[in-house]
Design a protein around this ligand. Structure first.
Ligand code: MLT
Ligand code: ZN
Length: 467
């Protein structure tokens, strides 16, 4: 049966579009962190939507599962095939066409395999902005960021991916194509079906194209790295920054010393812009068109120093300095990966709870594993912390052995304060079971009903998302 499916796939898509050699499969069956891996019988790489539909239909006829995959930069295992299911990985990486830029409707229509950085460039070429921005933008793809409802560093101004999608084209689990590729801002014709597929991590169908919003370009940027006494000051900075910057605040990112230390240790060229270490740092950015962003940032910083919220500041004086400050923030994931075993906790809390959460959880984790290193960073404006852990001096094995206990303590504390155990990375395979403990029975029931309605045979990305 396997051999006949592979022949049919090759006949439908062309020989070169079906990979089966172990060496060719390797990079598709392990996630970016290297911590999650699975197996697959083949990777198929269709060139267009018709090819995706044909591949999904053939797999459905053979009862073989389909695992959609974009840039494979996800952090919850959503794109990694689960070895428990006979499956084919469906890579959208050949579908890289910008289909249309509409200056009147202010939209861009792109294939699912378009890389986020290329999408940003295409928007710039039309003097517009596609505002989603994240560390992996050089490799993550539209299908992936739609399917995970990705966030990143400018959500506090522009929202998450869900806020930027106007329409979708989706191949359904039986191979039919739903053409919802509409650029309409108003469309009250019953259920908003596209919302089901955004954040579904490929469990309800394969996103093959999207119509996205464009925004006015904001070429002027003012960026600074601030030294902060504590998380409470980072939270108090938020209304202050908003008040002083008139809607131009684009990023307000938190970094603790442990996180910066990893970057300084592991990433070549990284340099501490301050003379002495500080407990916490905040990276602030304003972006505007003709506005005096530098002046606004300066006045905000003066007010912050006066209120003793900030103890030191480095303002980027050039594009290069700005890039160097962002490299310190965006390099944290990579530095933590190089630095050895780690546990990721991508959580959101009500913003007012952030400081107390951080103050409380440290001791609770030390009870489980003394000296466990807290690599804390994230997006203050969204209440989103990456409360990641790295191994203590006792080593990686100790961290791995304590991981379930540590994670339970983090999630219990988050849930106890009304937060969520996944802010922007999704559930994937990593948090699927945990979701069962932190979502209500009614929510889980609804999720299962939706899955059953769209994918009754359970062939779309099995083992992910739905508890
Ligand atoms: C980030 O904001 O850098 C990523 O979402 C977090 C991570 O890699 O854990
Ligand atoms: Zn993040």
């Amino acid at each position: 049966m396997t051999r006949s499916l592979l022949h049919q796939l090759a006949a439908a898509l062309g020989d070169g579009a079906v990979l089966t050699e172990p060496d060719d499969l390797a990079s598709y069956v392990t996630d970016w962190t290297g911590a999650i891996s699975g197996t697959t019988m083949a990777v198929v790489r269709p060139a267009d939507t018709a090819g995706v539909a044909a591949a999904v239909r053939l797999c459905a006829e053979s009862g073989v599962a389909v695992v959609p995959q974009g840039g494979n930069t996800g952090l919850a295992g959503g794109a990694t095939p689960d070895a428990a299911y006979e499956n084919v990985v469906l890579s959208l990486s050949r579908m890289r066409r910008v289909r249309d830029v509409d200056a009147v409707a202010d939209t861009i229509t792109v294939d699912a395999g378009v890389v986020l950085a290329d999408l940003q460039d295409a928007a710039h070429a039309a003097n517009r902005l596609f505002p989603l921005s994240l560390g992996s933008e050089g490799s993550c793809t539209v299908g992936g960021i739609v399917s995970t409802n990705a966030g990143g560093t400018s959500v506090l101004r522009y929202g998450m991916m869900r806020d930027l999608v106007l329409g979708l084209e989706v191949v359904l689990p039986d191979g039919r194509v739903w053409d919802g590729l509409r650029p309409l801002r108003k469309d009250n014709t019953g259920y908003d079906l596209k919302q089901l597929f955004i954040g579904a991590e490929g469990t309800l169908g394969v996103v093959t194209a999207a119509v996205l919003r464009l925004l006015p370009d904001v070429p002027r940027r003012a960026t600074a790295l601030l030294a902060l006494p504590d998380v409470g000051c980072a939270v108090a900075m938020l209304p202050l920054l908003r008040t002083h910057t008139g809607g131009l605040l684009t990023a307000w990112e938190l970094i603790n010393r442990e996180a910066l230390g990893l970057v300084l240790t592991h990433l070549p060229g990284a340099r501490d812009p301050f003379g002495t270490p500080h407990a916490w740092y905040g990276l602030v950015e304003l972006a505007g068109g003709s506005e005096d962003v530098e002046g606004l940032l300066e006045s905000a910083l003066e007010a912050a120093v006066e209120r003793e919220l900030v103890v030191d500041a480095v303002v980027a004086g050039s594009r290069t300095q700005r890039a160097a400050l962002w490299a310190l923030r965006e390099g944290i994931s990579e530095a933590q990966r190089i630095g050895g075993a780690s546990i990721k906790h991508d959580v959101t809390l009500p913003i007012a709870e952030l400081a107390e959460f951080v103050a409380e959880i440290g001791d609770l984790l030390d009870e489980v594993l003394p000296g466990v290193r807290r690599v804390t960073y994230g997006h203050v404006g969204d209440g989103n912390l990456h409360y990641n852990l790295s191994a203590p001096p006792s080593g990686d094995a100790a961290l791995r052995a304590s991981a379930p206990d540590l994670t339970r303590r983090v999630y219990d504390a988050v849930a106890g304060r009304g937060g969520s155990i996944s802010a922007e990375h999704g559930l994937g395979s990593l948090k699927r079971e945990a979701a069962a403990s932190y979502k209500s029975d009614v929510e889980i029931d609804l999720m299962r009903s939706v899955k059953q309605a769209l994918d009754p045979r359970g062939l779309m990305n099995p083992g992910k998302v739905v508890p």
